[in-house]
Design a protein around this ligand. Structure first.
Ligand code: AMP
Length: 392
């Protein structure tokens, strides 16, 4: 008979590797339930550190610091999946790391991730490995144009990727992107982008939130809406695929599956995030249990909470460009009574940096989406800040 696992109860300390907004919202959820939170990252005065009990500033490669950090907590999780495998291993000498380092290993590299998914019969965007200009030409012949060349590791929010419209652009594209290992993907003419955030407990139970409908701007998530306005069959299939991913990866924790829904109605996985995801931020205000509280529950071996959506909702990211002409007008957004403001405590509002988000609740997804856009536009009303046309 398998050993029953030990539950980690309120009053215990949980360690978070990484210190951004995901860790901050995790820490807020954890502290609300009476846990202590320790965070380790190379920075100080971080979004997570500002609300944690203990902030350790150390490189992820400083394995002695990582071991000391893990010794001081009952379990370790992460909010940033690009921590080196050795870091997760060092932490695991002293505390359970959830999800396991093997999940990080698979998902922090696009080639490993897509190969894993394809090997398990899950639908991914057609891809080829590229290590030389010759491979790129062969890949373009196989996949056709347009295609997208991406670095295999450490890419996010469109960083390290370039669209190739014709074979003549291959050499220039190959020279313009740093790295040694790449993935070439077919460019998908999608109808929309969707995501499923799901959680798997220590006992193997899986739960999911409503499918989210996402729109991106400059490759960065802009707006997420729940529930997604899609056919029931697509909804069902997206959830089934997400469940299969969590099971095959043996995840204990929260994981997001990002999809393209093609014009012909096919779902293709774009990428995985083995942690709470930006598209799931609205669960904080709109669901019985947020993705962050659920992450805590999975890490601690507690029963999972209800993922029920209380009201249709939409989330809009607040990027640094909103600060272009000074501090946004926070009171104007607060004048929308069904809109919630989240700011991450980041000190420097760089252009594409995620500084915070707004969540709007409404009677239906359409109204929620409209309301969150209006509230965001109100932050910079009368200023010349570049927003999408419908918001100006
Ligand atoms: P990624 O960092 O790979 O998630 O890419 C960020 C965004 O770029 C995606 O959410 C899409 O909007 C777009 N994108 C990435 N890969 C592709 C692709 N193969 N086809 C079409 N759009 C893509």
């Amino acid at each position: 008979m398998s050993q029953p696992f030990r539950q980690i109860l309120p009053g215990s300390a949980i360690g978070v590797l990484g210190s951004g907004q995901l860790g901050r919202m995790f820490a807020i959820a954890a502290r609300r339930m009476g846990y202590r939170v320790h965070t380790l990252s190379p920075e100080s005065d971080t979004p997570t550190g500002q609300v944690a009990d203990v902030e350790i500033t150390a490189s992820y490669d400083d394995l002695d610091a990582v071991r000391r950090f893990a010794r001081g907590v009952s379990a370790v999780t992460f909010e940033f999946e690009n921590v080196p495998a050795a870091t997760a291993q060092a932490a695991a000498e002293f505390a359970p790391v959830r999800p396991d380092g093997s999940v990080l290993h698979t998902t922090q590299n696009r080639l490993r991730e897509k190969s894993f998914l394809a090997a398990h019969g899950l639908p991914v965007v057609p891809f080829r490995r590229v290590q030389s200009l010759g491979d790129l030409h062969t890949g373009l012949e196989a996949l056709g144009c347009p295609s997208v060349l991406k670095t295999a590791g450490y890419g996010y929010d469109g960083k390290g990727q370039i669209k190739i419209a014709s074979p003549q652009q291959a050499a220039q594209a190959f020279g313009s992107i740093a790295g040694q290992d790449f993935i070439l993907e077919s460019f998908v003419d999608f109808r929309c982008e969707l995501s499923v955030v799901a959680a798997r407990g220590l006992d193997g139970q899986i739960v999911h939130w409503d499918v989210l409908e996402n729109s991106h701007r400059n490759h960065i998530l802009d707006i997420s809406v729940a529930p997604a306005r899609i056919e029931a069959s697509v909804n069902r299939e997206a959830v089934e695929i997400a469940f299969a991913v969590l099971e095959k990866l043996n995840v204990v924790g929260v994981l997001c599956v990002e999809f393209f829904l093609t014009q012909s109605g096919q779902l293709l996985i774009n990428e995985l995030a083995p942690r709470p995801h930006n598209s799931g931020h609205l669960t904080f205000d709109a669901c019985v249990t947020s993705q962050f509280e659920q992450q805590l529950r999975t890490v601690c071996g507690l029963p999972l909470g209800s993922t029920q959506l209380l009201r249709p909702a939409a989330m809009a990211n607040l990027l640094g460009c909103l600060w272009q002409e000074g501090e946004p007008d926070w009171a104007a957004a607060c004048a929308f009574p069904d809109v919630k403001l989240h700011l991450y405590g980041k000190l420097a509002p760089k252009r594409g940096r995620k500084m915070g988000h707004l969540t709007a609740l409404a009677e239906n997804p359409q109204d929620a989406s409209q309301k969150v856009r209006l509230a965001r536009a109100a932050l910079v009303r009368g200023r010349s800040v570049a927003l999408p046309l419908e918001e100006v």
